[in-house]
Write a protein that binds this ligand. Structure first.
Ligand code: NAD
Length: 492
């Protein structure tokens, strides 16, 4: 991260019309689509516009175009590919305010957070722009004196990417940047809730000098039918997916038919452990950040708070005070901390989990209900019964259930009793305990005295164990997912 963005982040006011997009980009052109589907602003339910609804036939055209584009792009030197990526990164800052507004319009994340997401999303492009020129291989010493060995890193080929709505830009660049740096070409199917951000990014990629069809973006309202051609076509060599565990598992099975390389970033159910020697003020602040950011709709969002008995009362008070100070409201306003959830199904799930916990004897020290539209109050629950749904199922909403524990052993048992293994957090000042806990947590990402371990860090491995996924994104681990290693032996 050596360079700074070229333009000061623009905070000029932008109109909705200036940022909304509708046409799909594939087979070398922008297509209005024979059919369209509406994109809704969760903040007030209004329809923002209609987007091309791509079909299986469009998918096949995109694969054909990608096959041609791949031949050209993989032949471009990694150094030159890095330069295109660098321009793409810079353009994101030129259009920072537009991108932020578009994301807030599409999925309701507060505008201060979507501005941050532009930085986060761009950081993957910057890192990969620099790393591209370091893609190469190794000389291998052979046992036979008359042979020379080499490993050669080569692009995997055509990549099919499927992304969620909760980080409309970040979840795309975390895949597209390493894929394009590696010399792969990508066909992206964005979430139906946030297709316009994806189209905007494709536009910027072309403006940066990205060759035709190296990054094609096809929105659709029928993900299953649209995806079928990719899963069946042996020319598509990789599937990269971020979303729910249920859909990830389905695509994993489908990808087996043509033995594609697969990366899956799936659901989570993060525990946050607070031991009695913790800095409680800081822990409370970070639980609030981890839990209520993006209205709790983050895969690494804290889902269960476990606090040691001796500090439980004090910690719950601090947490409740902070949660009560959060401003729930219009995500387009600068002062808003918590916006709406993305859609009715999400709100229904949050409401059902809270009602279930309350029915089993929990108390809401803050919040506890919806306030109309897709808004749900930032909520803290105490006395949560162990059988409560909220302690087992991903919430994806602004609710923090607090559970008391007595010993480290008990805390670890509770934390690991989950089908998920994405992120976990622990607060303690005891160095030995910090290591013991970090090593014992069955999670791909562990924050010790850190509630935002991957914030602003495009170079760290991001991914889950168990039902949270396969593979890692970020850093060289993320780049490796798009490279095949060829062994070359040469007789002399
Ligand atoms: P989702 O699985 O419903 O949708 C994700 C994507 O899959 C969307 O683009 C959707 O259109 C597509 N899809 C749905 N059914 C499909 C099918 N049959 N075939 C092909 N594609 C299909 O998930 P969501 O609700 O949009 O996203 C939230 C989930 O994503 C949460 O579980 C969250 O934890 C997870 N997530 C994980 C990470 C991570 O890095 N591990 C990051 C963000 C979100």
């Amino acid at each position: 991260m050596t360079q700074t963005p070229p333009a000061a982040p623009n905070k000029k006011a932008v109109t909705d019309e200036a940022v909304l997009r509708s046409r799909a980009y594939f087979a070398g052109d922008w297509h209005a689509g024979q059919q369209t589907f509406g994109v809704i602003h969760p903040g007030d339910g209004r329809t923002l516009g209609a987007v091309a609804d791509c079909t299986a036939e469009d998918a096949r055209a995109a694969i054909d175009a990608a096959e041609v584009a791949l031949r050209g792009w993989r032949a471009v030197t990694p150094y030159e590919r890095g330069q295109v990526l660098r321009r793409w990164h810079d353009l994101m800052f030129v259009h920072k305010e537009e991108l932020a507004r578009l994301m807030t319009l599409e999925m309701g994340k507060p505008i201060t957070e979507t501005r941050g997401e532009v930085h986060y999303a761009a950081s993957f492009i910057e890192w990969c722009a620099e790393e591209a020129s370091r893609i190469g291989g190794e000389r291998i010493t052979m046992r036979a004196g008359n042979k020379r060995g080499f490993s050669n890193a080569e692009p995997v080929g055509i990549v099919y990417a499927v992304t969620p709505w909760n980080f409309p830009a970040g979840m795309i660049t975390r895949k597209a940047a390493p894929a394009l740096a590696a010399g792969c070409v990508m066909i992206l199917k964005p979430a139906e809730q946030s297709p316009m951000t994806a189209l905007y990014l494709a536009e910027l990629w072309l403006e940066a000098g990205g060759p035709a069809n190296t990054l094609q973006v096809l929105p659709t309202n029928d993900a299953a039918s649209f995806s079928a051609p990719f899963m069946e076509d042996a020319r598509v060599r990789k599937l990269t997916f971020t979303g729910s565990t249920a859909v990830g598992r389905l695509l994993y099975t489908q990808a087996a038919k043509t033995l594609k390389r697969v990366s899956l970033e799936l659901g989570g159910h993060a525990p946050f452990l607070i031991f009695d020697d913790a800095d409680l003020e800081r822990a409370a602040r970070e639980v609030v950040g981890s839990k209520f950011r993006n209205a709790g709709q983050t895969c690494i969002s804290t889902n269960r708070v476990y606090v040691q008995r001796g500090v439980a009362e004090e910690f719950t008070r601090l947490l409740s005070e902070r949660a009560a100070r959060l401003t729930l409201g219009d995500p387009l306003q600068d002062g808003t901390n918590v916006g709406p959830v993305v859609e009715q199904a999400g709100l229904d799930k949050v409401t059902a989990q809270v009602q279930d916990a309350l029915a089993r004897g929990a108390t809401a020290t803050v919040g506890g209900q919806g306030t109309g539209g897709l808004y749900f109050q930032p909520t803290v629950l105490t006395n949560v019964h162990p059988d409560s749904l909220i302690l087992r199922e991903e919430t994806f909403g602004p609710v923090a259930p607090v559970v008391v524990f007595d010993t480290e052993e008990e805390a670890l048992r509770l934390a690991n009793a989950s089908e998920y293994g994405l992120a976990a957090y622990a607060y303690t000042r005891d160095l030995s305990r910090a290591w013991r806990v970090a090593e014992a947590l069955e999670y791909g990402i562990v924050g010790i005295n850190d509630g935002v371990p991957s914030n602003g860090a495009p170079n760290v491995p991001f991914g889950g164990m168990k039902n949270s996924g396969v593979g890692r994104e970020g850093g060289h681990w993320g780049l490796d997912e798009y490279l095949e290693i060829k062994f070359i032996s040469m007789g002399v």
